[in-house]
Design a protein around this ligand. Sequence first.
Ligand code: GUN
Length: 285
Amino acid sequence: MVAKILDGKQIAKEYRQGLKDQVEELNKQGFTPKLSVILVGNDDASQSYVKSKKKAAEEIGMISEIIHLDESTTEKEVLNELGRLNNDDSVSGILVQVPLPKQVSEQKVLEAINPDKDVDGFHPTNIGKLCIHEQTFIPCTPLGIMEILKHSDIDLEGKNAVVIGRSHIVGQPVSKLLLQANCTVTILHSRTKNMSEYLKNADIIVSAVGKPGLVTKDVVKEGAVVIDVGNTPDENGKLKGDVDYDEVKNVAGAITPVPGGVGPLTITMVLNNALLAEKMRRGIK
Ligand code: GUN
């Protein structure tokens, strides 16, 4: 079997057109969503991510700003900046790029974001709402994964989904979304014994670890849907997923490439959530 390639770039393009139309509608009502991104320090990958988010926001007609703070910025200074954005009525959505320098507590910063402007969905209030299925900001990569599955008409009802990785950004929230979609969900992590025992029964595999070559052909069931969230740069700066793509595509039923799979959807869902934030505060459905 040769897998169907789940083209994240194309799915994102179509989705962003829909968002652009909605931004135009809001403009007619006198509102323009604004996304403010705080970046602390000079991590190359983070700088590249935030630039992509700003560019994508502007392409659909949103206003976007990057607040770039020095590597030596104190926690108090970051919290002050957040306080300013929380109270700035022109700002619809706020995102603080992680990781943060070691003198700044990620947890404190994420908890200081106004939950109504929390486009990442990392605030405990929004995580709690996700757990009880209340309307909320859902973390962007998990939301993007669900959009890929939906767009590709992949039936999730009663399927065995195996998620590799238990991070707050991807593994745990995507597990909750798959559970809400009526999958039977297993989460594997660094202490799991015999990963292949679980993987060989998986109808859907989501790998979000950051270990190139982790998911090989021999552990994937014929016809499984394989979603690769890994994006680790190799020695030439080329992004590598967790999945051995060239081999696994010959057994999987469907597979996301890296790059061009999940990544474009993550950025799209940042825009989706910024638009949602603007609509929520204006009381627009
Ligand atoms: N760093 C890596 N992924 C993410 C993300 O989705 N949001 C933020 N804020 N930082 C990240």
